[in-house]
Design a protein around this ligand. Structure first.
Ligand SMILES: Nc1ncnc2c1ncn2[C@@H]1O[C@H](COP(=O)(O)OP(=O)(O)OP(=O)(O)O)[C@@H](O)[C@H]1O
Length: 658
């Protein structure tokens, strides 16, 4: 057996320095126990496991042959330490491929498969699980993207003209001369087994999908009442928002289409929106779901919102459980942060969405079915089947002002533009505290800023007042008011640790609010404590990312319950029954996905770091409905973050193009 003592010592030092997660070393040691393993393979293993923990699905051999330190956020010295402990490493991709190919612990795709833990697919190295998930997603997306329905274009055209009748007037009025991408999205979705509808906030993704539902009902004729439609999203909050927006849009349509389509009755049969975990039948203590390829979901149409948050493993499980004849409609913003877990599925699916890449047949179909001509600029390249099923909505109805301009500049990597908006907004919708001190954040948390919703003071005042005559003795009405008030203001952090991170700020804010007499802490639980659930808990029915507020239990004086919004309703759990929660005055941008707040404050740390990238800044900004405040102790960090675009290693784009 080769002696790897020096290599493991280097791995341990890097782990102790926080450069590698513990699992990376443990996994590499496990591989070494399986047989005589050359040092280059162990180096590949440790980096593969580390990168997987950072959201990458695989290790690209070219990165290994070049310099992997930027991707890892390591200094040259750290990479040199590992390299010199390993002995000579291949200098070229060919050499790495050969080393991995010859190793018994790696299966080279195409060779005889012995279920080895590592998979070498072309010039990418995978942990087997991720390779399998990626292959499942690629195969399912490819087959769904190529399966086309026969469509009576004249009939579709008639319906789409009715469904979008009001918009023509609005469009002409605001001088938008481009095609109606919403209408195009409906037509494209109707034709295929898969539709991917992407767009920034307020571009009308739910507005469009409500019309698509009406169109599906209309085209199903007298079988419309048999259509089984399921709505889902990665978090409970996002699911509740999806249901609410679709209901509102369908209500409005039902009024207009009364004579032609019994939309109210049809929509009424749809049921609520669910989390993906609950839709698939997640079970405690196992990764397996009740619904899978052997026991498929009982649906004809599945609509999934906030698809950017769906990680690779979940997408693979979802696609496996979806019957082949069912339609899948994915909605999401491709520019938002990808899932915390490995994969960037929506980003990969939407790789060509910006430029459209529609073929002649699609253009012809869209013209006939939607009456919309796709401009030549979006037809320059034939992007293959998936491109024909993907539509990007390009016009935001909600984000016209400075918040929209800021989001656009950040997304385009234009740091100067972003700074100009932040510094030059006279309306007060966006504001930048440059060179901030911790006290600035605390003042915002207490009072908000002038002209905006008032920090956390408002909801705490409502709690102090208790139910009033306005609530007519209805305790739940008061709880709803308090929860709504809490949703008006939120502090988002880019990092967890330190004075400018979630942990430090939560503690400081609690103290500040207590000092102002707005709350009284007595141990862990106190009236007014906002909490975020950090782990799914099937026993109490609360899920990772759910946010609740601690209030007195009206039935049991002296005890506390945590109240959560559940669609239009509220529900509560005894505080002491909640095991995995953390205080949520400040939360990470990651955890804020799928939520919006009237006034969003985003706090950047004093130094740039690996997680601080363009997608994070964009996601933070787009959580703001009316007001956005950026707080940064070091103004330069904004530009550094905007310059950094996250690239997650994955083979999905290539596999989808095959
Ligand atoms: N074509 C349209 N004509 C008129 N109003 C529209 C149109 N499209 C969208 N809207 C309105 O714009 C607002 C935003 O639309 P919607 O909520 O569907 O966007 P979204 O892309 O789902 O946003 P997000 O998911 O970020 O909340 C809604 O009030 C909706 O009614």
């Amino acid at each position: 057996m080769t002696d790897h003592t020096a290599l493991f010592a280097a791995i341990d030092t890097l782990t102790a320095d926080g450069k590698l997660r513990r699992l990376a070393g443990a996994f590499t040691r496990f591989i070494a126990t399986l047989g005589d393993t050359p040092a280059p393979v162990l180096v590949a293993c440790v980096l593969l496991s580390e990168l997987e923990g950072r959201g990458h699905s695989c290790l690209v051999l070219a990165d290994l042959a070049g310099d992997p330190s930027p991707q890892l956020g390591w200094t040259d010295g750290e990479w040199s330490r590992l390299r010199s402990a390993a002995g000579p490493l291949p200098k070229q991709v060919k050499g790495w491929r050969a080393a991995l190919h010859d190793c018994e612990q790696a299966w080279s795709v195409g060779d005889l498969d012995f279920n080895q833990p590592l998979v070498l697919d072309g010039e990418r190295l995978y942990l087997r699980r991720y390779w399998r998930d990626e292959a499942t997603v690629a195969a399912s997306v490819r087959s769904r993207a190529t399966a086309l329905h026969d469509v009576d274009t004249a009939e579709v055209r008639g319906w789409l003209d009715r469904l979008f009748a009001q918009d023509k007037r609005g469009k002409a009025a605001d001088g938008d001369t481009g095609p109606d991408w919403q209408k195009i999205a409906c037509a494209a979705a109707l034709r295929g087994q898969l539709a991917v509808i992407t767009g920034g906030p307020g571009t009308g993704k739910t507005y469009t999908v409500a019309r698509l539902l009406a169109l599906l009902f209309a085209m199903a004729g007298n079988q419309a009442h048999e259509l089984r439609i399921a709505l889902a999203a990665p978090t409970g909050k996002a699911a509740a928002r999806l249901k609410q927006s679709i209901d509102t849009a369908l209500d409005e349509l039902a009024g207009r289409l009364e004579d032609a389509l019994p939309l109210k009755a049809l929509a009424g049969r749809m049921g609520g929106a669910r989390t993906l975990h609950s839709l698939l039948g997640a079970r405690p203590d196992t990764r397996a779901f009740a619904y899978n390829a052997g026991n498929p979901l009982d649906v004809d149409v599945l609509i999934v919102d906030e698809a950017s948050m769906v990680h690779l493993e979940m997408m693979a499980a979802l696609l496996a459980a979806l019957p082949p004849q069912a339609r899948l409609i994915l909605l999401g913003d491709k520019d938002q942060l990808a899932s915390v877990e490995a994969g960037a599925v929506l980003g990969d699916l939407c790789a060509g969405a910006e430029s459209g890449n529609y073929d002649a047949a699609s253009a012809e179909y869209v013209l006939a079915a939607a009456g919309e001509a796709i401009p030549a600029a979006f037809r320059e390249r034939d992007g293959g089947p998936l491109a024909q099923r993907t539509v990007m909505l390009r016009r935001s109805r909600r984000f016209g002002g400075p918040i929209g301009a800021l989001a656009l500049a950040v997304n385009a990597g234009d740091a100067d533009g972003a700074r100009a908006v932040l510094r030059g907004d006279a309306t007060g919708q966006v504001h930048w505290i440059e060179g901030a001190r911790p006290n600035d954040v605390l003042a915002l948390a207490l009072r908000g800023r002038e002209g905006t919703a008032a920090g956390y003071r408002d909801y705490l005042e409502l709690i102090r007042q208790g139910p009033t005559v306005a609530h007519g003795g209805d305790h739940e009405a008061w709880v709803r008011d308090v929860l709504r008030s809490f949703e008006r203001f939120r502090l988002l952090c880019a990092v967890r640790e330190g004075e400018w991170g979630v942990a430090g700020l939560n503690e400081a804010i609690e103290q500040k609010l207590e000092g102002a007499g707005l709350l009284r802490r007595r141990g862990e639980w106190y009236v007014g404590r906002p909490v975020m659930v950090t782990r799914n808990d099937y026993a109490t029915g609360v899920y990772n990312g759910d946010i609740g507020l601690t209030l007195p239990d009206p039935a049991r004086p002296g005890s506390l319950r945590v109240w959560f919004t559940d669609g239009e309703a509220v529900r509560s759990v005894l505080a002491t029954r909640l095991r995995n929660v953390e205080t949520a005055f400040a939360m990470t941008v990651h955890k804020s996905q799928g939520s919006e707040f009237t006034h969003t404050v985003m706090v950047l740390p004093p130094q740039a770091n690996a997680v601080l990238a363009r997608e994070l800044v964009y996601t933070g900004i787009t959580r703001a409905r009316e007001f956005f405040t950026l707080v940064s102790p070091n103004a330069a960090v904004l530009g550094e973050a905007i310059a950094e675009k996250t690239q997650r290693a994955s083979g999905l784009r290539e596999a989808l193009g095959r």
